[in-house]
Write a protein that binds this ligand. Sequence first.
Ligand code: BES
Ligand code: MN
Ligand code: ZN
Length: 504
Amino acid sequence: MNIEVKRGEIDAVAAEVLVLGGHEDDTQVGKLAEPLDRSLGGQLQELRESGEFQGKRQQTVLLHTHGAVPPKRILLVGLGKRRENTLDHVRQAMGTAAKRVRQTGAGSFIAPLIGPDGTRATPADIAQAMVEGALLGTYRFTKYQTDLADEPKTLEAITLITQTGKHLKEARLGARRGEASAEATAFVRDLCNHPSNVMTPSRVVEEAKKVAQERGVKLTVFDRKKQKKLGMGGLLGVARGSQEPPKFIILEYSEGRKNEKPVVLVGKTVTFDSGGISLKPAENMEQMKADMTGGAEVLATVRAAARLRLRVNLVGILPATENMPSGCAIKPGDVLTMLSGKTVEVQNTDAEGRLILADGLTYASRLNPACIIDVATLTGACMVALGQFAIGMMGNDTELKGQLKKAGEQAGERVWEMPLWDEYFEQLKSDVADMRNIGGRGGGMITAAVFLSKFVGDCPWVHLDIASTDWGTTERPYIGKGPTGIGTRLLLQFLINRTDRRRK
Ligand code: BES
Ligand code: MN
Ligand code: ZN
């Protein structure tokens, strides 16, 4: 995809489609479109007056210009009420618009920067959101479809237009960030769309190798032998039931200052979660191919950080395995000795994420990190508590939590905090080991996080439970059915904010 930001007048640039946003409470064609409308003999105003275009969110109207102006077609897209407008509405409008453009068979479109009035969004934010919406709205995964006859044409180019040169540089930066963050999300969707017979832990290593070809990224992989030597009992325990060898993957991107402590990201990478001996019910089990979303997001974030050359020291850790039942699999009641030396009684083999993350977090805490963020499709309880619109957040550091909250709002991938009180540890007490891996009925998302907290020492740490958001069940403007990749843009935005702050 070719993405450009240019200076120009919207009625003067030749294009297959010109996309124009319109608000619900506007009754007039905006200032920007007035000269254009004059050339069109007042058609835009007429669409407003007749009520054919009201500016409601996701509403679209397409008109052909028959040579009256350089753009061949004009696509109006609704942004909703002006005072309710957010950056995410811009993203959504662009997702809707890009899909509609593709339906026309056009391969490209131009659009002026549309502003979410009333918010403090900069031209960079707007350009970023527009590019994200358009790219993610047209995402498809067709790898395993052999009959593509009816597939719509792919979009090849997007050009954003600013009238004044003043915003050009900023908008270009935003567009570049938008492209990187949308690409990262699409990468996660791809990784999680691949079935688990393809996307095995070994294949994840291959994907990590490709990422390590980016400038400044170093890859280390611990195989089973090394994991044994180090004592990664959590990862080895979960992997026991599988024919696929577990991998402990470490990516290091070091473009920060020399002695700057790293940000460490840890992602749950269960390439298929059958539940193990505590087998899951058959219904929807296929969705558990996406139980590696956390790891995929970490991998994609490292790649995007490298592409944007962010000034940060970053470590990505992916404990990768399948969770399968077999004659060798761990059984309820088994006790594992984790990398930290703590012992865990496995009362349910389906609570496997926390077992592999515990080793990832212990490893992370030994790197003298600035902070640790883990991201995981960890609990069904998260889905029950938050539905599909919020990521569960728990952590031990107020400032870090605040930074993630802000990044989430910017990215349109919002987090919601749950308590991480030590009282909940009562539920994790075991009669035979230091703790057990399930916390009983209440507060399943919280007890999982409390379990993880026992493996981070006193490092500033945040846990993100993305089990709520990782799988889409409905078509949304820029999020389709299946793997969503939600959380990726949040992580990248967190890093962008961090490096922007340091530059100032
Ligand atoms: N990967 C699942 C959590 C999950 C469920 C993610 C649904 C996405 C959609 C996790 O490994 C799991 O099975 N958790 C158990 C924990 C329980 C046994 C304490 C759960 O939530 O049921
Ligand atoms: Mn499980
Ligand atoms: Zn799982």
